[in-house]
Ligand binder design. Structure first.
Ligand code: MG
Ligand code: MG
Length: 282
């Protein structure tokens, strides 16, 4: 399929996708609530799966060949695709990226958040390292929303990547991954077109209402060079610098942007950015 052949969605299809997006958001909220020092990423995986199944949906990560988990849980210098396990016990101050997705009625959601793991009492260790990790997560999440805001006005898709790169560069010295990128989303979790989180020479496809994409910047506190561990999945920064990953599935409607995997559809954050909210109702 050439890049121009990706499918635009109808408003009815976006409404169906919102269901998958909300369930994905609920699963991530449940993981966030359970995430404290002493908990294992294997337990978080179970919580995500129970949440998704309880709403009549299924984990779409489990449909990926060879992957038998509901979330990816990437700790510290693991950037993406970390495998949850009962022996991976979280420590206070760890920077943890959780990626998760749900499928219902044949439609998909895909979203990721970064958490700085608190103590069981909710406090964080008062260290420079933790402050730097909080800042890394803030910059990464901010870059996602800069990309979402750019999508609202974009004529060509790589205006999103350019906005993400410019946002991050203005915040300090960070590595933006180029080995892994965002994607179209719909009846498959991964569809055309690719969504780059940096400026490319090719401006990308034309942007129009009906576009549904997952934007998911992966950012490190050092180099953007990565390698895959011997488990065949876990992607780590080569220089062992900390990493953060934030992702939303986003629909572009006739009236604006609808963040399908945000509990409020993105309304509050979009308003703050001056971006028209494009949520639809059945
Ligand atoms: Mg994802
Ligand atoms: Mg994705």
């Amino acid at each position: 399929m050439s890049r121009s052949e990706f499918q635009l969605k109808t408003p009815e299809q976006f409404i169906a996708m919102r269901k998958a997006g909300l369930i994905t958001a609920k699963a991530l909220q449940a993981v966030r609530s359970a995430c404290v020092a002493g908990v294992s990423t294997g337990e978080l995986d179970k919580i995500a799966n129970q949440t998704i199944e309880s709403m009549g949906a299924h984990s779409n990560f489990q449909l990926v060949a060879g992957y038998n988990h509901t979330i990816c849980a990437s700790i510290n210098h693991e950037v993406v695709h970390g495998i949850p396990a009962p022996e991976r016990i979280l420590e206070a101050g760890d920077i943890l990226s959780i990626d998760c997705g749900a499928e219902i009625d044949g439609w998909n959601g895909d979203s990721a958040i970064t958490i700085i793991v608190p103590n069981p009492d909710g406090s964080l260790p008062d260290t420079e390292k933790v402050k730097a990790r909080q800042e890394l997560s803030r910059v990464t999440e901010g870059s996602l929303w800069a990309g979402i805001a750019a999508l609202a006005k974009a004529e060509r898709l790589n205006e999103v990547g350019a906005a993400i790169e410019d946002y991050i560069d203005a915040q300090g010295k960070y590595g933006i991954l180029e080995d892994y990128v965002g994607h179209g989303i719909g009846q498959n979790m991964h569809e055309e077109p690719p969504v780059y989180h940096f400026r490319t020479k090719d401006l990308g496809p034309k942007v129009s209402p009906g576009l549904a994409i997952a934007i998911e910047p992966m950012v490190t506190a050092g180099s953007n060079k990565t390698k895959v561990l011997a488990d065949g999945w876990t992607v780590v920064s080569k220089d062992k610098s900390d990493a953060s990953h934030w992702e939303h599935s986003i629909a572009l409607t006739e009236s604006g942007v609808w963040v399908l995997t945000a509990p409020d559809g993105g309304k509050s954050r979009l308003e703050a950015l001056g971006v028209p909210f494009g949520g639809l109702s059945a």
